[in-house]
Design a protein around this ligand. Structure first.
Ligand code: COA
Length: 378
């Protein structure tokens, strides 16, 4: 028994699941997705290949991939009830993450949720449709119909903008979605596993996971990293602005990580993806500025917290890449969910196979043996 009598606040250090889906080594700066080092998978796979990999433990053959793509494409259109809900959410100026959480709860309307495979495909297909449709509706525009001829990433971008995206942009988004698809037992994934372990349905697990992801301590804060880059404006101001923030006791957004004590491997992969995308189809001035801000920030942080090794984290390049794709900052977290949904579902399948209810214990710290006081005497 630990000195704390078995209690681990935040479950820190507790191993609460075994998984074949992903492995994070924070000291080595390693992320393995279903056996692949992240860099090898993320920049090569289409999102559908990654979905198949996580759900089946191996890469698909050509016919298997074609089948999955076709199935996902056919499931994209939203039921009218979901669209109506999104219209009302847009009128009420609901945030995109709240709209996604509300709409996701309607996804099993008319669906046989005992068919787990179809339910999972429906969720993956429609989470992307919800995010893109809601973005249009809140701008006062009609949603764009999904195009079954396009892959998941290309269709998502087309539904957001109404324009066919360049190959460079599709590749940029595919790499992003693959990069964030899974990250061991993070809060939203754990939430999904806890929910599905009660033998409830997959939609319930995904709604809970979206709710967990929405919080600023999890997926809710990639915007500020880019705001600092904009605030700096030109590379020659980076040192003055960043040093002033540190002197004022502020944290530099996009740097430092609870688990990674070296550079976050996702920053490496997304940095390379951003460079390729900006080179082919983007504002290289902004990319160069971000690189220079990053270098200055890492240098200043080394002086500010010697020995802490505060490095660039996933949020910094997420912000740069998604901004380069034309997404506003409040779509960053919903787009994270578009990728992570496939990982949540893979964990749900694993949990369902394992089949054990997740039921930890609590330590009672309240009083005992109270006397009952009748209402009239209180
Ligand atoms: N800028 C300035 N100082 C930072 C810092 C940052 N980005 N990240 C950590 N530090 C400092 C802390 O102030 C702390 O100093 P102290 O020991 O004097 O109190 C020290 O480094 C260790 O920080 P700690 O809070 O223990 O690190 P953590 O592992 O708990 O926190 C984060 C990790 C991500 C919460 C933290 O690095 C952070 O706030 N980063 C900025 C926000 C961000 O980018 N979030 C997205 C994360 S993916």
């Amino acid at each position: 028994m630990s000195p704390n009598n078995g209690y681990a606040p935040g479950l820190e250090g507790v191993v609460a699941a075994e998984t074949e889906l992903s492995h994070v080594d924070g000291l080595k700066g390693e992320l393995i997705i279903a056996g692949f080092p992240l860099a090898r998978l993320a920049a090569n796979a289409t999102f559908e290949e990654t979905v198949f990999l996580l759900w089946n433990g191996r890469l698909p053959t050509q016919p298997e991939l074609a089948n999955l793509k076709q199935a996902l494409a056919a499931l994209r259109p939203l039921p009218p009830a979901t669209l109506n809900l999104l219209r009302e959410a847009a009128e009420a100026r609901t945030t995109p993450m709240d709209a996604l959480r509300m709409a996701a709860a309607t996804l099993d309307l008319g669906l046989d949720t005992t068919d787990h495979q179809t339910t999972a495909k429906t969720i993956v297909a429609r989470v992307a449709t919800i995010v893109a449709s809601y973005h249009r509706l809140r701008q006062g525009a009609e949603p764009i119909a999904p195009d079954p001829a396009l892959g998941h990433a290309a269709n998502f971008l087309t539904m957001l903008t109404g324009e066919p995206p360049s190959d460079a942009r599709v590749r940029g988004l595919e790499t992003y979605l693959n990069t964030v698809v899974d990250h061991s037992l993070n809060a939203s994934t754990f939430a999904a596993r806890v929910i599905v372990a009660t033998q409830t349905d997959l939609v319930s697990a995904i709604v809970g996971a979206i709710g967990a992801l929405k919080g600023p301590l999890h997926g809710g804060a990639p915007g500020p990293a880019l705001e600092t880059v904009f605030e700096i404006g030109t590379a020659d101001r980076a040192e003055t602005v960043l040093q002033a923030k540190l002197d004022a006791g502020e944290r530099l957004m996009g740097f430092g990580h609870r688990v990674y004590k070296v550079r976050d491997p996702r920053a490496e992969v997304l940095g390379a993806a951003a460079e390729q995308m900006f080179l082919a189809d983007g504002d290289m001035g902004l990319y160069e500025l971000a690189k220079s801000v990053e270098a200055t920030a890492v240098r200043l942080l080394a002086k500010h917290k010697p020995g802490r090794n505060l490095q660039t984290n996933v949020e910094f390049y997420t912000a740069l890449l998604l901004h380069g794709l034309g997404l506003p900052t409040d779509l960053f977290t919903p787009t994270f969910a578009v990728g992570r949904t496939a990982g949540w579902l893979a964990h749900c399948f694993e949990q369902m196979k394992y089949g054990r209810l997740i039921r930890p214990q609590s330590r009672y710290t309240g009083v005992m043996d109270r006397e009952w006081t009748p209402l009239a005497k209180r």
